[in-house]
Write a protein that binds this ligand. Structure first.
Ligand SMILES: Nc1nc2c(ncn2[C@@H]2O[C@H](COP(=O)(O)OP(=O)(O)O)[C@@H](O)[C@H]2O)c(=O)[nH]1
Ligand SMILES: [Mg+2]
Length: 202
């Protein structure tokens, strides 16, 4: 079983051209601002402040690359849905996120985070539709599950499946970066996805 301790920050990018060029597969962590992306990366790395947990939502507007295991990467994607971002910033963000999602050959799969306390947002749904349409492997992770009652878990998971149009078998993990819940399942999904990746002619 590969260890996730070897997660090392490499670089931040704001365009597809800046992204690392090696033919290594990568898994990207996606979700709205404040959903827990950086905290999840810290959890996977067993570190407290590896991916800087930003206090101000929307602060992380770059693609942050982490070297992971042997010749693999994890990418902390900039969060979406932050209302206070100026329009020109938002336009640029859309453009390079689109470039990355459509054109990044090394992209093996996406860990899509959704806040367990709320219904999936329109942007969450759009992201899921896009991944389905592009046949990109993805897993849904419901974050901050330590904040909801145990008795509400089943309902929360059913709601997410229904709202996102996922059948019963589709991979869905509930997680908490506070308690470490879900960590093993997420790691296993990432390992499998990286192992199954094959270069395409994207
Ligand atoms: N209770 C709880 N809080 C969390 C969890 N994950 C993240 N947070 C908090 O949510 C806020 C945003 O987290 P962050 O990782 O920066 O989100 P990002 O914007 O998606 O990278 C921070 O205050 C975190 O401490 C979790 O699993 N449980
Ligand atoms: Mg972040």
């Amino acid at each position: 079983m590969p260890s996730c301790h070897k997660l090392v920050f490499e670089t931040s990018c704001v365009s597809l051209a800046q992204c690392p060029g090696d033919p290594w597969p990568e898994v990207a962590v996606s979700g709205r601002s404040n959903v827990g992306k950086s905290s999840l990366l810290n959890m996977l790395a067993n570190r407290k402040a590896l991916a800087k947990v930003s206090q101000r939502p929307g602060k992380t507007q770059m693609l942050n690359f982490f070297h992971f295991q042997e010749n693999c990467r994890l990418v902390d994607l900039p969060g979406y849905g932050y209302a206070k971002v100026p329009k020109d910033v938002l336009r640029k963000w859309r453009a390079y996120m689109n470039d990355y999602l459509e054109g990044r050959q090394q992209l093996a799969g996406i860990v899509q985070l959704v806040d367990s306390r709320h219904e999936p947002t329109t942007l969450d749904k759009q992201m899921v539709e896009w991944m389905k349409g592009n046949e990109l492997p993805f897993v849904i992770v419901l974050t901050k599950v330590d904040k909801i009652k145990r008795g509400a878990r089943q309902k929360t998971m059913s709601r997410a499946r229904k709202e996102l149009g996922l059948d019963q078998e589709f991979p869905l993990v509930i997680s908490s970066s506070e308690t470490g819940e879900g960590k093993k399942e997420i790691q296993a999904w990432i390992d499998k996805t990286l192992a199954e990746w094959e270069p395409t002619s994207k």
